[in-house]
Design a protein around this ligand. Sequence first.
Ligand SMILES: [Zn+2]
Ligand SMILES: [Zn+2]
Length: 307
Amino acid sequence: MNEVELSSRSAGAARKASYPPQATRDDIVPAMLKAAANARITTHPLRRNLSVLEGSGGNIAVLTGPQGKLLVDAGFGVSRPAVSNALASLSADPIRHLINTHWHIDHTDGNAWLHSTGAAIIAHENTRKHLSAATRVEGWRYTFPAVPAGALPVTTFAAGHEMRWNDTRILLTYYGPSHTDSDISVHFTEADVLLVGDTWWNGVYPFIDYSTGGSIDGAIRAAEANVEAVTGDTIVVPGHGPVGGRSGLIEFRDMLVAIRENVAVLKGEGRSLEDTIAAKPTAAFDAKWGQFLITPAMFTALVYAGV
Ligand SMILES: [Zn+2]
Ligand SMILES: [Zn+2]
């Protein structure tokens, strides 16, 4: 199945079409780039003056208003024409700010073009650190070069950062090491919309980047923090997958905890990674969570590395 067939299917299927399903570990990054080049961008209004754009790598959130647009995450640079069109369809406001939820390419590759149109970039200090130097992600078998100077965040912080834009209070909060060591949440408090970046993949197994400080236990801590941070009214935007809320965060946390336990038992019995994968510790979850980029075997390996 190719991306063209995928993108002609329903909106629900198209959300999952931003990557070809079931890529092997060695071709994840080229596959992400190729899919982004062909991606259709869909726009969903959230609440107040907030919308989300899906289709170019990670989800992109947009706050519109008279001071200009503020974006959270940048998608892939190859999606510039499609993302530009989607942004123009929301309003004529210029782009003034860009927040990165973490350093990964599917959330920061668009930094350069967005900066060139006037966006000041804000992120956790470790996002700037990883984008500033060649960085290897062993889980993707890929080394990312340093980005150009204009693509780097200019405002960075350690624990948290607060800003006000378009009459909206925006709280940026560091998770501690989780999916990487650079993940933050972004809360638009009046609208009660929370962006959690790649600490939540809604409906699919997540990637965990051990090369830059991520781990299964850190991912579980972030999943717990997300459940604690929201109410039943909060709109929650994941890094990947459709927008959801508290019940989805709980289901994701419970999945992580259950699989971590299963894998820890098998590893504790002295089983090799190969034997652990063969024992299918994710079996109860695969029908729902195992149909996308990170396969059951890949996710088992990611958990095994951290228990
Ligand atoms: Zn991502
Ligand atoms: Zn990521």
